[in-house]
Design a protein around this ligand. Structure first.
Ligand SMILES: Cc1cc2nc3c(=O)[nH]c(=O)nc-3n(C[C@H](O)[C@H](O)[C@H](O)COP(=O)(O)OP(=O)(O)OC[C@H]3O[C@@H](n4cnc5c(N)ncnc54)[C@H](O)[C@@H]3O)c2cc1C
Length: 281
């Protein structure tokens, strides 16, 4: 009654704390809610390597690869989440996994947010340094066992889990990938790995869009330009997986709805069949 309805996405502790603060203000009492999502078993991860992109276009993203811990963390798949407990952070922050346990390492892509505590901590790590972490399963965003086509769509650090899916599939499904960054020269994450995957046939087609290059393009324009192919793949039973920021995800959903419209299929139909899934933050 004091506040409009607030929805908390997947136990997001930050959003829950913000809601608690707002309710506290309404009732004139500092609620200071503490949510503890920290599981009893955390593990120490050691950073093996770090590659940073996007500094010159004001969108720093680091690919952080940690050595696989000897024990603990259990089984994990690309698209699951790793919770990181950074020093001086009251609550863990979640990052989407770009690797599965069978890859032999644990990888994440982290966009450094302005004054962001955990993302700045992670971006500043050097090889050999350690973090406290745990894994949270996210089965809704794991890739299905299927031979039908797969359409992967993302932007920025959202490429992380999509790369993890590609690594795991090794060409077992036709995969069409659409990804948007800012500048081909500055923040084209995984460029050489993607080239190798295309050469091996593990990636059927890659379409990239860069918003700060000479002819700015966004990922949704690439989808529209390829609408015929997308309809063909969807009629053949393709799954669609989207990962990245909320603005991109909204634009992508709108364009996909338009593309689906002549087929008399809605995005809601695909969602209910678990053929359209998103990991958006
Ligand atoms: C399910 C899930 C998966 C996620 N996966 C990833 C991932 O793979 N890679 C990744 O980089 N992040 C991911 N995130 C976001 C991540 O969990 C953190 O929220 C993010 O790194 C910011 O935390 P921080 O401690 O650095 O910022 P905070 O210290 O909490 O915030 C500092 C400032 O940054 C602003 N800020 C924080 N996040 C954003 C944002 N996304 N956009 C704009 N401003 C922001 C805040 O408003 C605040 O002003 C995911 C989040 C969820 C819920």
């Amino acid at each position: 009654m004091l506040q409009p309805l607030t929805l908390i996405d997947r136990q997001n502790a930050q959003a829950f704390n913000e809601w608690g603060n707002q309710v506290g203000q309404c009732i004139g009492c500092d609620l200071n809610l503490k949510v503890s999502l920290e599981p009893s078993s955390t593990r120490t991860l050691v950073l093996a390597s770090k590659e940073t992109y996007g500094i010159s276009v004001d969108a720093p993203v680091s690919i952080l690869r940690f050595a696989k811990p000897e024990r603990g963390l259990g089984n994990y798949n690309a698209g699951d989440l790793v919770g990181i407990i950074a020093p001086d952070c009251d609550i863990p922050r979640y990052y989407s996994l770009a690797s599965s346990r069978s890859d032999g390492f644990l990888e994440i892509c982290v966009r450094k947010q302005p004054n962001g505590r955990c993302s700045s901590f992670l971006s500043g790590l050097e090889a050999g340094q350690k973090v406290t972490a745990f894994v949270k399963r996210n089965p809704e965003f794991n890739v299905k066992h299927s031979q039908k086509p797969l359409i992967l769509i993302g932007s920025g650090a959202g490429i992380g889990p999509l790369m993890g899916f590609l690594r795991g599939l090794r060409g077992r499904r036709p995969v069409y990938m659409y990804w948007g960054g800012r500048s081909k020269l500055s923040d084209f994450l995984y460029e050489s790995t993607l080239d190798e995957m295309k050469d091996r046939g593990d990636l059927t087609a890659l379409s990239t869009a860069f918003s700060r290059d000479q002819n700015p393009v966004y990922v949704q324009s690439k989808l529209l330009a390829d609408e015929g192919n997308l309809r063909t793949q969807i009629l053949q039973g393709a799954d669609i997986m989207v990962c990245g920021g909320q603005a991109m995800a909204k634009d992508v959903s709108n364009i996909l709805s338009d593309i689906l419209s002549p087929l008399k299929i809605t995005l809601a139909d695909l969602k209910s069949q678990k053929r359209f899934v998103e990991d958006v933050y």
